[in-house]
Design a binder for this molecule. Structure first.
Ligand code: GLY
Length: 335
């Protein structure tokens, strides 16, 4: 989809205002950041990757405004996306792997450091809830493949075919060439990573995806890996990633963003640092990055937010008392 078409589909008129750059937002907010313990000063607030998070963050915000905690709110939000068969990169309707199997990855984390994850899970729409069940009902933090599906069955999760006709048609078209390479998500969505900060200053995050389209069966990306696709430090902030998961895992991306915030960087600066590091890893390894997109969003315990990407096209939604906005993130490269 061309950029102009993409913006039109959002039905947004005043793009100049609404698509304020992430950098501008971060700079503006970090410049006026209050000193001292203002934990949750801007709460409740929710942010999420890509324009589809406009709806999910709004739902999370409304839930928190009615008293939901950050963990419940973030799960509630991403589940909307997981259940939508029109979204081809998350949950029901996700694109299959090269063998035609839809396998989902997700993880969840709260402000206390409780974590749960599932990877390469089949037949379960709400892998975010399954990740939470791993967190709350097992002594483990991650279940994969058949074990994840078996656990879902035991927990009473409904089983269903996740391959919708449109995704199946895309896969059959792909099979004609079977060209196995990463396709950058320049102006399209990928993983949904969402962060919430509730009125009590509690942070939570969730990341859920069907992963790279037509991946090798068994491939797992960054989204279910705590520290890579998602990280929450209840005393500092939270971050989540989207894009080429291999590169985010390589650099422990979301942990890196939160560590930078812990060292005093604003959420915006922290996201920029992480993207710069990813680029350095490409250079060091002599690998091209032109076919890759990676984006981070972050929020600190005060509710200040940031977002940044390797290449243009990444956007994220912010739902707060100021309303719901989709912000275009700045990027390291202009193409
Ligand atoms: N970021 C999603 C994936 O690489 O699977």
């Amino acid at each position: 989809m061309k950029r102009s078409d993409f913006l039109k589909t959002l039905g947004l008129g005043a793009l100049g205002t609404l698509f304020a750059s992430g950098r501008a937002l971060g700079a503006q907010r970090s410049g006026s950041m209050p000193k001292g313990n203002f934990k949750g000063a801007r709460a409740p607030i929710s942010i999420g990757t890509w324009p589809f998070a406009e709806h999910t963050t709004r739902a999370s915000l409304e839930a928190m405004q009615k008293g939901a905690n950050a963990l419940d709110a973030v799960e509630l939000g991403v589940k909307i996306c997981e259940a939508d068969p029109r979204e081809r990169s998350v949950g029901l309707g996700g694109r299959p792997d090269r063998d035609g199997r839809v396998t989902l990855d997700a993880c969840i984390m709260d402000h206390l450091g409780n974590i749960g994850a599932v990877a390469a899970c089949e037949q379960v729409v709400h892998v975010s809830s399954l990740a939470r069940a791993v967190m709350e009902h097992t002594p483990h933090v991650m279940l994969v493949g058949d074990g994840a599906t078996q656990f879902a069955r035991e927990q009473g999760f409904p089983m269903q075919n996740l391959l919708v006709p449109d995704s199946e048609a895309e896969w059959k078209k792909w099979l004609e060439k079977s060209e196995y390479k990463a396709i950058p998500n320049i102006e399209n969505h990928d993983t949904i990573g969402q962060l919430t900060l509730d009125a009590q200053g509690r942070l939570a995050g969730c990341c859920t995806t069907s992963g790279m389209a037509f991946k090798m069966h068994g491939r797992v990306g960054d989204s279910p890996i705590i520290g890579a696709g998602l990280y929450v430090d209840g005393e500092v902030g939270a971050a989540t990633a989207t894009g080429q998961g291999e590169e985010v895992i390589r650099t422990v991306g979301s942990f890196r963003v939160v560590a930078a915030m812990k060292s005093g960087k604003s959420p915006q600066q922290a996201c920029e640092d992480a993207v710069h590091e990813i680029h350095k890893f490409f250079v060091r390894r002599g690998k091209p990055w032109a076919d890759t997109q990676i984006g981070f969003i972050a929020m600190d315990v005060q509710g200040y937010v940031g977002g940044y990407a390797l290449r243009p096209g990444f956007s994220y939604a912010v739902a707060s008392v100021d309303g719901v906005q989709v912000l275009r993130a700045e990027s390291l490269f202009d193409a």
